[in-house]
Ligand binder design. Structure first.
Ligand code: NAD
Length: 260
């Protein structure tokens, strides 16, 4: 379905972003990866997923706190593939602490990575999408863009912010062939959440399995983690012709979290 298109997925060396990169490659899109950690493993996984379509996979190490590096990444994608058709703003970090004990540098990093980086990629990628007559911008927000939890002030502010940003840009592009939407996951068992599982296990003096059960029981009526594959299927749907008029939405896949 996406043969000949090019996707840039920020924070795609791990977790949800890697799952989305894999799914877009399976649909035939060339992919530029971004993020830290085991880059070669991520490249190999996504190449494998796109093998049947002859998908090309490349990587840019831009740090999402640095606007100049973000610009270099967008330009590198356009130069290497001749286009940037699908932009997935996924890179994100978390820090858990009460607001009066929240390190200022963590606040700045969370706002920069989870929110401002999407402003920079969007403002840089949008003119090319409009000129080529097709584009998809998918922002990975969170249930924390719709509701709050204690001790996550920066994360909740950044995720509410990105949903507002999604709506504003969707209105600005409403008469163009570029759509802008957000996906709001509940708990997904990635390294970002494993840290919170570990903290819970330690605080409660329980096993890893019991800590997972308690985290889910607190927030997620389905008692199940959402998977990167399920979220990636939603991203693929957002790139499909059926989603041509899906604009400015924030779709939650959260096991009923915000239905409560
Ligand atoms: P993860 O830790 O597995 O992946 C985060 C990715 O972002 C990695 O590739 C990492 O290298 C990259 N990254 C971090 N800092 C970066 C920086 N400065 N520059 C470039 N890349 C950077 O986490 P995940 O759970 O897959 O999270 C992905 C997105 O999904 C985030 O925006 C997160 O807020 C959101 N989300 C996650 C959950 C969850 O339960 N895991 C729930 C809701 C929303």
């Amino acid at each position: 379905m996406l043969k000949g298109k090019t996707a840039l997925v920020t924070g795609s060396t791990s977790g949800i972003g890697l799952g989305m990169a894999r799914a877009l490659a399976e649909q035939g899109a060339h992919v530029m990866l971004n993020g830290f950690g085991d880059i070669e493993a991520a490249k190999a996984e996504v190449s494998q997923a796109g093998q049947a379509h002859g998908v090309r996979v490349s990587y840019h190490g831009a740090d999402m706190t640095k606007p100049a590096e973000i610009e270099a990444m967008v330009r590198a994608c356009e130069a290497e593939f001749g286009a940037l058709d699908i932009l997935v703003n996924n890179a994100g970090i978390q820090h858990v602490a009460p607001v009066d004990d929240f390190p200022a540098e963590k606040w700045d990093a969370i706002i920069a990575i989870n929110l401002s980086s999407a402003f920079h990629t969007t403002r840089l990628a949008l003119p090319g999408m409009k000129a080529r007559g097709w584009g998809r911008i998918i922002n990975v927000a969170s249930v924390h863009g719709l509701v709050a939890s204690a001790n996550k002030s920066a994360y909740v502010a950044s995720k509410h912010g990105i949903i507002g940003f999604t709506k504003a840009v969707a209105l600005e592009t409403a008469t163009t062939p570029v759509t802008v939407n957000a996906i709001c996951p509940g708990w997904v068992l990635t390294p970002l959440v494993q840290k919170q599982v570990d903290a819970r296990a330690q605080a409660d003096g329980v096993s890893n399995e019991e800590a997972k059960r308690r985290l889910l029981a607190e927030k997620e009526p389905s008692q199940q983690f959402t998977t990167p594959e399920e979220l990636a299927a939603m991203a693929v749907f957002m790139c499909s012709p059926a989603a041509n008029n899906l604009r400015g939405t924030a779709i939650n896949m959260d096991g009923g979290w915000v239905a409560q």
